[in-house]
Write a protein that binds this ligand. Structure first.
Ligand code: MG
Length: 343
């Protein structure tokens, strides 16, 4: 299970046993960079498999998740998602009403974010071969007309080496912003699945963020973006830190967390920074534009709880958090997944 958990064990597994068998791409953002999307001849391209259990949960379902997750992976590259593919693998005997409900959710979410499903595939396998339903979505996108503007604003303050908003583009001094409260999706899903009861106050945050991200790009100065899905904020910031070769310092007091999420995580012994989100974006920008970007985020319904949570720094190589009681804690990349099958 750890080989698929999104942490360090999975990164190692991917590079040794998956990516190593594929031929090298000649691209600004190839497969090997393991970023949110790849870039192929100017087209931004990504894919995601969805195995969430159960299929329906407070705040969403496997259908809305399949659209939002894939749309967000395109948008965080500084691209406009254009179309989706949707492959559905169904277990023999699954209630047709369940299929309809999930497909309606896909249709509704795709219409809401303006990204149509353009192609797909449907297979049925014998009872027991999959757990009810697996959905694989891919998407293509085109570079946003605002991406050049962002990189050129940033280059007024420091060197910009990347042509896209990639994981290796964070530098000393950059501000780190999150678009809202963390851990909602993981806590809500785990709680609902196991019957803990926290899901009555915490719902999944599933949301397609292409509209919000377009607004952020108009503000300028963004150099990297990532959706903190599997592995949460801890994984996102450690990927930035290791690919950009820069440390990151966070302030615990500035990280937006719902009380119910903090309480649930305390009780269950899990770290809210290591669990997945499905409607949040982490933004790195030059410090001079951070306040403008924060204003744009707070004006959007999906960004009202946004905050600046820290800064990139060359004083350390790690992701370090100044805790609310005045200590310093290294935020390690999660090794496994504290909450499996949430995406
Ligand atoms: Mg991503």
């Amino acid at each position: 299970m750890n080989h698929g958990a999104g942490g360090e064990t999975m990164q190692d597994f991917l590079s040794k046993h998956i990516v190593s068998h594929f031929s090298k791409m000649n691209s600004d953002v190839p497969l090997a960079s393991l970023d949110d999307s790849a870039v192929v001849d100017g087209i931004v391209f990504t894919t995601d498999g969805h195995t969430v259990k159960p299929l329906f949960f407070p705040g969403g379902d496997i259908g809305s998740l399949s659209v939002a997750g894939t749309v967000n992976d395109i948008a965080v590259m500084g691209a406009r998602p254009l179309a989706l593919s949707c492959a559905v693998i169904l277990e023999e005997g699954l209630d047709i009403d369940v299929v309809d409900k999930v497909m309606m959710s896909i249709g509704r979410t795709s219409a809401a974010c303006g990204v149509p499903v353009a192609t797909g595939d449907t297979k049925v396998v014998e009872s027991g071969a999959v757990d009810k339903m697996v959905i694989v979505t891919s998407a293509i996108g085109k570079r946003s007309s605002y991406t050049d503007h962002n990189l050129s604003v940033a280059s007024q303050y420091r060197n910009v080496d990347s042509k896209w908003l990639t994981d290796d583009n964070v530098r000393d001094g950059d501000a780190i912003i999150v678009s809202g409260t963390l851990g909602d999706h993981g806590v809500s899903l785990l709680s609902f699945r196991e019957g803990y009861g926290f899901e009555s106050t915490v719902k999944s945050d599933i949301a397609p963020l292409n509209g919000l991200i377009e607004d952020v790009l108009k503000a300028g100065g963004t150099v990297a973006m990532k959706d903190p899905t599997r592995g949460g904020l801890a994984n996102t910031l450690n990927e930035w830190s290791s690919k950009s070769k820069v440390g990151i310092e966070l302030n615990e007091n500035d990280i937006p967390l719902k009380d119910a999420v903090v309480n649930a995580c305390d009780l269950l012994g899990i770290d809210p920074l290591s669990i997945g989100n499905e409607g949040k974006v982490v933004i790195a920008c030059v410090p001079d534009t951070a306040d403008d970007i924060l204003k744009v985020l707070k004006a959007h319904p999906y960004g009202k709880d946004a905050n600046i949570i820290g800064y990139a720094t060359s004083r350390t190589k790690n992701v370090v958090m100044r805790t609310s009681v005045g200590g310093r804690r290294i935020i390690e990349p999660p090794i496994g997944d504290p909450v499996p099958r949430i995406c």
